[in-house]
Design a protein around this ligand. Structure first.
Ligand SMILES: CSC[C@H]1O[C@H](OP(=O)(O)O)[C@H](O)[C@@H]1O
Length: 347
């Protein structure tokens, strides 16, 4: 298999890799309406912060296609309604809101006709996607330069899936992995399975196998043990929202990995595009944490693993405080958390 692109524009509709079917089956889900795109994001057919933003951008294009009138004001009102639906799909990944806002800004363009404006919206969504692939490749290169210089071939641990499937292509944390592999600087990836949705087992392991990258799958409880045994040289994870002080929201369990990395003096990197940095918030305490259905915890496949009468708590993300993060790898370069705001020109 060649490069992986989870969101593909196809004439007048979108084809999504159905990530709920991997690794058992590689299936494309056809999305023809903005409502179908909202459902696809909410049900994690497409997931991953940048990928959610790209999907929402094309959801706005589909929404524009659904308008058949000729009045600009009512067209813009229709787009705002579509944006509201898409905004309500998932609360944590700021890329979703960044992409929707960029599409609404594009809708303010002065064009001769509504049809020309629809074309402009499509071009904007396509730009968001192509820019994200280039951004991930830049993150990969900056991340490669930031990794420990020894050993020659590194053993990297990652959590969840911050790969091509979680972006427009190439990946953020897995973008660093891909760049290290292609530079002959990688021995193997240790992938946390990442309960409850198992993105590590189902998606990261799949991406590594597709690319021939040696990968060891770990139960989430094993990361600290592997660090204690000297099996891990560095940790690289993705992000869903980063505050200006560097506090980072990422998949649940990331904070635990960061604590273990600090305890064993192992570098812990966050890889994310600038579109993941929320310049409106100063600390991680302001990041909304999505809570998902308890069934994700009490059911594995078709098997219920907990008795009735049990309460559940299912936060999809946690916040790693900036002091546990060695560096934040962006397309502009790698920043210590304390330098992030100044580094991106937001100070
Ligand atoms: C490229 S960052 C992807 C980021 O999003 C994932 O969350 P989800 O699978 O729930 O969308 C996870 O936090 C990844 O690190």
């Amino acid at each position: 298999m060649g490069a992986i692109f989870p969101v593909i524009w196809h004439g007048d509709r979108v084809h999504l890799i159905d990530q709920t079917r991997l690794p058992a089956a590689y299936e494309l889900k056809e999305i023809r309406t903005s409502a179908e795109m909202a459902t696809a994001i909410r049900t994690m057919i497409v997931r991953g912060a940048p990928a959610i933003g790209v999907a929402a951008a094309f959801g706005m294009v589909l929404g524009a296609q659904e308008y058949s009138g000729s009045d600009r004001a009512s067209f813009l009102a229709h787009l705002e309604a579509v944006a509201t639906d898409l905004r309500q799909t998932r609360p944590t990944a700021v890329n979703l809101f960044w992409a929707i806002d960029r599409m609404l800004s594009a809708a303010q363009a002065e064009t001769a006709t509504i049809e020309a404006l629809k074309d402009h919206l499509l071009a904007t969504a396509q730009a968001i996607a192509s820019e994200d692939v280039a951004t991930c490749q830049a993150i990969g290169q900056h991340g490669l330069a930031a990794l420990p210089s020894t050993p020659e071939k590194l053993r990297l641990l990652t959590h969840c899936n911050a790969g091509a499937l979680a972006t427009a292509g190439y990946g953020t944390a897995l973008g660093v992995v891909r760049s290290a592999w292609r530079a002959n600087r990688l021995e193997r990836v240790y992938a946390d399975e990442t309960r409850p949705r198992l993105q590590g087992a189902k998606l990261t392991a799949w991406e590594c196998v597709q690319e021939g990258i040696p990968v060891t799958l770990l139960a989430d409880t094993m990361a600290a043990h592997c660090m204690q045994r000297g099996m891990i040289d560095a940790v690289v994870v993705g992000a869903d929202r980063i505050a200006l002080n560097g506090d980072t929201a990422n998949k649940i369990g990331t904070y635990s990995v960061a604590l273990a990395a600090q305890a064993h003096d192992i570098p812990f990197f966050v890889a994310a595009p600038l579109s993941t940095i929320d310049t409106k918030i100063h600390t991680g305490a302001e990041i909304p944490i999505e809570e998902r259905h308890p069934q994700e915890i009490y059911q594995v496949g078709f098997t219920r693993i907990a008795p009735a009468g049990v309460d559940f708590y299912n936060p999809a993300f946690d916040v790693t405080p900036a002091h546990l993060i060695t560096g934040i790898i962006t397309e502009l370069g790698v920043f210590a958390p304390a330098d992030l705001a100044r580094g991106i020109g937001a100070a």
